[in-house]
Design a binder for this molecule. Structure first.
Ligand code: UDP
Ligand code: MG
Length: 322
């Protein structure tokens, strides 16, 4: 069982969060002030363009629980989170956003569920009324589409605000793929999951680093990395097209034979154009899908490291602080 001195790692990916570092740190330390566990705060600076890194180093002078992983450039939140997970020493790891949108005061509730035996505790976001229509309906559509085609199911509203036990961390570390969506991989791992519903706050400061195009490519990536079904899509489309084109040929033949009873005056050329355009569209779609998978295979076979740590500007990567 958990001893009172178990270590809990808090992993905080940061990209241009200069204005949020201090307020977030305050809410974090408030949230755990009564806790009897030991803590380490792993800030992952994901190639911020502002002075986030300097701010983190200043903060670290006051608090020895802080460790800083400075990535050599922006690798994206999924990889930044992964780097934090890899370097954490805790018996439990909690991943939380740096912008204050994930309420830190819920951390004790996450820990309680872990104490009761959950290996993964997932924060579920109650619908946010302030969110843009595109984002809200976009995410609804994503979950519906995803769950209808993927073998690993995603629960709508689940976020990266989650706790994982060290056992789960250990298994997570074995997954080497480059195109990754952290929560998808954690879900794939299984283990006993518990949920905590929370209302997302507004960002303390700044704007979300995830633009619409970034979110779109994230959705696309998770389709490809967690499901092979899109590869078969062209086969199914072909299955529909084949009888359809036969029916079309039969219908037009009949029209011709019966001297155009519907007065459609459809010329043979028109049919041909329709057919060619249709088939061209299909071919392009299936080629596109294949290219998508190929590009994933390509990046996987390059076998580059997932991230690069700029160790000179990091603090305590070797687990202990100097
Ligand atoms: N983030 C990151 N790298 C990026 C983009 C974002 O580490 O390329 C961090 C960011 O600092 C924040 C978290 O990931 O702590 C969530 O990002 P953001 O608030 O931009 O996105 P949201 O999920 O709230 O739309
Ligand atoms: Mg945010």
């Amino acid at each position: 069982m958990k001893t009172k001195r178990s270590l809990i790692s808090i992993i905080i990916p940061c990209y241009n969060e200069y204005d949020n570092v201090d307020p977030f740190y305050k809410s974090l330390t408030n949230a755990i002030s009564d806790s009897s566990y030991e803590y380490e705060f792993i800030y992952v600076n994901d190639g911020s363009l502002d002075k986030t890194l300097q701010k983190l180093h200043t903060l670290a002078k006051k608090d020895r629980r802080i460790r800083i992983l400075n990535l050599s450039r922006n690798f994206g939140k999924e990889v930044a989170t992964t780097a934090g997970i890899h370097h954490a020493n805790g018996d439990a790891l909690i991943i939380i956003d740096a912008d204050g949108q994930h309420p830190a005061e819920l951390i004790p509730a996450f820990i309680r569920k872990w104490e009761q035996g959950a290996k993964v505790v997932v924060g579920i976001r109650a619908t946010n009324q302030n969110e843009g229509v595109v984002k809200r309906y976009g995410s609804k559509l994503f979950y519906r589409l995803f769950n209808s085609i993927a073998t690993t199911k995603l629960v709508p509203g689940t976020t990266d605000f989650r706790l994982i036990d060290r056992v789960v961390k250990h298994e997570f570390a074995r997954m080497t793929e480059r195109n990754r969506i952290t929560r998808g991989l954690v879900d794939w791992l299984g283990f006993k999951q518990e949920y905590i519903v929370f209302h997302a706050n507004s960002r303390i400061a700044g704007t979300a680093g995830y633009s619409f195009s970034k979110l779109f490519s994230l959705a696309l990536n998770s389709f490809v990395s967690l499901s092979l079904k899109p590869l078969y899509l062209s086969f199914y489309i072909g299955l529909v097209i084949l009888p359809a084109s036969v029916a079309l040929a039969f219908g037009s033949g009949l029209e011709m034979l019966l001297h155009d009873p519907l007065h459609l005056h459809i010329t043979g050329t028109a049919y041909l154009v329709m057919l060619v355009l249709f088939l061209l569209g299909m071919v392009l779609i299936s080629q596109g899908i294949t290219a998508l998978y190929l590009s994933h295979i390509y990046t996987e076979t390059q076998n580059r490291p997932l991230y690069i740590i700029d160790s000179e500007n990091s603090l305590g990567i070797g687990a202990t602080r100097p």
